[in-house]
Ligand binder design. Sequence first.
Ligand SMILES: *Cc1c(COP(=O)(O)O)cnc(C)c1O
Length: 385
Amino acid sequence: MKSFIPVSEPWLTGKELEYVQDAIKSTFISSEGKYIEEFETKFASYVGRKFGVACTSGTTALILAFRALELEKGSEVILPSFTIISCALAVIYNDLIPVFVDSDMKTWNMNPDEIERKITSKTKAILMVHTYGFPCDVDRIVKIAQKYNLYVIEDFAEAIGSEYKGVKCGNFGIISCTSFYANKLITTGEGGMCLTDDKKLAEKMKRLRNLAFIPEKRFLHYELGFNFRMTNIQAAIGLAQLENIEERIKKKIFMGKLYSELLKPLEEKGVISLPPQDPQHKNTFWMYGVLLKNGTTADEIMKKLYEKGIQTRPFFYPLHLQPAFEKFPWFKKDNLPVSEYLGKYGFYLPSGLTLDEEKIRFVAQSLIDILKKNQVNYLKNPTLR
Ligand SMILES: *Cc1c(COP(=O)(O)O)cnc(C)c1O
């Protein structure tokens, strides 16, 4: 029988079951119980931040972060077009205006050269997102933020364990947000967290995630909160996942390096681009992306890989082209060619922690074979080289 290789599969080989059973036996199955605080403390300390505020997802972590900063209604937030819609939703749901910036063809991250052109008197924050595990140009983005007195909020959901010049991603925002969805480096099933060094912000986020209850008087509320509480059971899974995080990172880097080694000949021929690598930074290859440069679209190649039992995913569809945003007064037709190119010609290969060397070799060889057959096509249409 032909094997099937999923694009990502969670790796649950530690004490997940033991801790979940313990959480259930304790009867603390909602959002009270020892695992929440232990997971928050240990994850924050792993990244190198003072406070962690666990919540229900990466999306709600971003919503919480923007809510806690209390930016004036109608303020503009700069963010990459090439990212997940959660980033824009967090801005929009807080009555702020997203301003989309193009990416850099080399790093697939927000291009700092484009940021300054989009700053106006209404700009109040930059949302920095590390795409597919490779850190953003942090120094330049932080410098621009300082120059214009803007907050930096960081989304490191795809870069847990990645490092920018030896410092872990998650250290660069006044609030840094991550996700623990099943395909992230560590997972709680569904879940997320905000990290900060600011005690007041941490307390405020804890209050806001819990319907803005206050300890002094039950059922009296001064603010509009949310129910974004993580459960003790989810935190139990997260804690077990955190215990073997270094092994996870090792596996991811092994996968990334092996793919790169096997696919290098295609890159040298100019048929594809491989994920960014820079010895100054640590890429944990959340997902191993390839960008086609032979004129065939990602959809065509992904279909052929699927026929061989290999599941893949397209790159993000650019946010500045999302139909869901067209009805908003702030929406304007923009031309962000790099984001659009990435969205059309990029996709990622199976990148889960359950992959072994044999599977990685099979995937890489399958891609090479498919693209070889496409050479004819390539010679006929070399415009996009
Ligand atoms: C996964 C992801 C999110 C959303 O996380 P959810 O837990 O699925 O809500 C947000 N930002 C980035 C960059 C992500 O990769």
